[in-house]
Design a protein around this ligand. Structure first.
Ligand SMILES: [Zn+2]
Length: 197
């Protein structure tokens, strides 16, 4: 738990994550300086917290390891699509298929329901078994939106190695966090010092 708190602190939301759960998903695993990897979806309990914080699943949904595995699998596919978009390269067909599969596996349309007393209404049913499928569908739909919206032009990879997160650029800022910006500036200053010695 203590380690989890530390990893959370190491991963403040990067610009764009609040609007795009797909970006937040990709950024939920990061390579930290020193080669350590933080993964906010590393266990079912963490994955559950991550989804609940974003309103993508009810709290204490009772996620199993297989659910966390599905989330991590979609993360790799979406990561690959964002990387392709940033590099201006063709996408891996398997990644496109994975996003479309996640989006179409469950219906996200509110269904027509009929109450005996009050009459017709619409609601999205969330059976426990489909909680993760619904979350995956919502994230996949957001990935498709992100890649095709004007926001895609602002999508960029954090310019502070070894960080492998993405962000939506605002102005000249090209780091996912102040922590990464500080590290990049320190590295530049060090390079200047050693070049002049
Ligand atoms: Zn970064």
């Amino acid at each position: 738990m203590e380690e989890f708190v530390r990893e959370e602190a190491a991963l403040p939301a990067s610009p764009g994550e609040a609007e795009h759960p797909a970006l937040a998903l990709v950024n939920s695993a990061v390579t930290l300086p020193g080669g350590h990897t933080a993964d906010l979806l590393g266990t079912p309990a963490r994955a559950e917290q991550w989804l609940a914080r974003r309103g993508l699943a009810p709290a204490a949904a009772g996620l199993a390891e297989v659910c966390a595995t599905q989330l991590r699998a979609l993360r790799e596919q979406v990561r690959s699509l964002l990387a392709s978009r940033v590099a201006g390269q063709p996408a891996l067909p398997a990644a496109v298929t994975a996003v479309n599969d996640a989006m179409t596996r469950v219906s996200t349309a509110p269904l027509l329901l009929w109450d005996e007393k009050t009459g017709p209404y619409r609601a999205t049913p969330h059976p426990t078994t489909a909680i993760v499928e619904h979350a995956l569908a919502a994230i996949a739909a957001d990935a498709a939106d992100l890649l095709t919206s004007p926001d895609a032009a602002r999508l960029t990879a954090c310019a502070s190695p070894p960080c492998n997160r993405f962000l939506l650029k605002h102005g000249r800022r090209q780091w996912c966090s102040t922590r990464c910006g500080d590290r990049a500036r320190a590295a530049r200053a060090y390079a200047r010092r050693t070049a002049t010695e």
